[in-house]
Design a protein around this ligand. Structure first.
Ligand SMILES: *Cc1c(COP(=O)(O)O)cnc(C)c1O
Length: 416
């Protein structure tokens, strides 16, 4: 499929071309690939199609038997007490924080290396998100920075697992315990990851997973809250759906049951059509994660030869969910910056992503919420040097070779 440019194409100009390196497509060379390798792609097959059609034909589309089945299967996969289906990970973070009684006047510490959803969920319960810096190289919350960011008003922490690697949880949990903080895992990147033999999703008071199209499994849109706490499951199940005490599928039984709103509630449930797809995806999840880990290991081995590129290590005793493959461009190693590298890879027909530009790089967080870049220098530095390479189960080794070749070509041509 790919047109491997082994000769110097285009004029290229002086310098690197005369040393014999390939000229990047950005400089007039022939792209490594003829067609764009997407940055991410869901892996869906006839099983998902069949499950969706069955759900459509069942006559029950709301939250019902398929969601119950999916929740039980998901809880079994993670090895937690309870799992509650929700409309997104964002909704899950919000409901979990609320069920843990966080609200106005409370501060919740989180990582700046995350998607806006993490901070927004904290804001939605009325609490104030406070940033603590990340560990260099790993880009997950630094336990010492968490301790330093803790004030008398701090009541919780959202630990964002990053790119598939879990946070350094034992140290974070020790700080949280000492300060009396509840711990919510943002596990959007980490379905299938383990930390010292424990599954992500069982490490804090509650965790939220994402079934967005690019994540380790998808339902189109959707999410799941997991918890080992006996007091949370029923409350979460009620509050995701109007605060009503009897759910809709039970209301539709042969005996009429009066339902009653017994608490505050929202409309953040996962529906049965999504859960049908989720069940089919969950059955394949072990295979997805295995394939992602294999590609992850292959990237690590091959990119270790490139001095300009750093890859992220995980904590000791952890297994990655290999959700993303971020690399950091080593300072001073290249004559181009990260943004030019993104353009260079796209010109070679290789899809790219950026995970993440730290929260203070977003105007809203910087200006409205006064999140200062000065308090999170490690995250700010990583923000300018980081980019993500394609990583998903349906990618072939050949596709991956194209990515590595494109990156190598650019790194050599622009070597500083
Ligand atoms: C994707 C993502 C979310 C949001 O997930 P949704 O299901 O789209 O709400 C939250 N946090 C992180 C770190 C993410 O990557």
């Amino acid at each position: 499929m790919s047109a491997r440019a082994t000769t110097i194409a285009g004029a290229g100009g002086a310098g690197p071309a005369s040393r014999g390196w390939d000229v990047p497509a950005l400089e007039g060379g022939t792209p490594i690939r003829n067609t764009l390798l997407p940055f991410a792609r869901p892996t869906l097959g006839v099983e998902e199609e069949r499950a969706a059609v069955q759900a459509l034909r069942s006559g029950w589309l709301g939250t019902g038997p398929r969601t119950e089945q999916f929740e039980r299967a998901f809880a079994a996969f993670v090895g937690c007490r309870d799992a509650v289906g929700v409309s997104s990970c964002t909704a899950g973070l919000y409901l979990a924080l609320r069920a843990l009684d966080l609200g106005p006047g409370d501060e919740v510490v989180t990582s700046p290396m995350t998607f806006p959803a993490t901070a927004n969920a904290i804001r939605q319960v009325g609490a104030t998100p406070v940033l603590a810096d990340v560990l260099p190289g790993r880009l997950t919350l630094d336990p010492r920075a968490l301790r330093a960011a803790t004030s008398p008003r701090t009541r919780g922490v959202v630990a964002v697992h990053f790119a598939g690697w879990p946070c350094e949880m034992d140290d974070l949990l020790a700080v949280a315990r000492e300060a009396g903080l509840v711990v919510v895992e943002d596990a959007a990147h980490a379905l299938g990851a383990t930390y010292r033999g424990r599954a992500v999703g069982t490490l804090g008071d509650a965790a939220a997973f994402s079934f967005y199209a690019t994540k380790n499994m998808t339902t189109g849109e959707g999410g799941m809250i997991t918890t080992d706490r006996a007091d949370l499951g029923d409350r979460l199940r009620r509050e995701r759906l109007h605060g009503i005490d009897v759910d809709a599928s039970r209301r539709a039984g042969s005996v009429y049951t009066h339902w009653e709103a017994v608490s505050d509630g929202w409309k953040l449930n996962l529906h049965d059509l999504a859960s049908a797809i989720g069940l089919a995806q969950l059955a394949k999840l072990d295979g997805f994660v295995r394939r992602r880990r294999l590609l992850d290991a292959r990237y690590r081995a091959r990119l270790s030869e490139l001095d300009a590129v750093e890859v992220l290590p995980g904590p000791s005793g952890a297994e990655t969910a290999a959700q993303l493959f971020p690399i950091l461009l080593r300072p001073g190693a290249l004559r181009i910056d990260r943004d030019r590298m993104l353009e260079g890879l796209l010109a070679e027909n290789v899809g790219v992503g950026v995970h993440f530009r730290a929260l203070p790089q977003h105007r809203f967080f910087r200006e409205t919420l006064a999140m200062s870049p000065d308090t999170v220098p490690v995250a700010m530095d990583a923000s300018d040097r980081i980019l993500s390479l394609p990583l998903y189960p349906s990618m072939s080794e050949r596709d991956q070779d194209d990515v590595i070749e494109a990156l190598t070509r650019l790194a050599r041509y622009y070597a500083g």
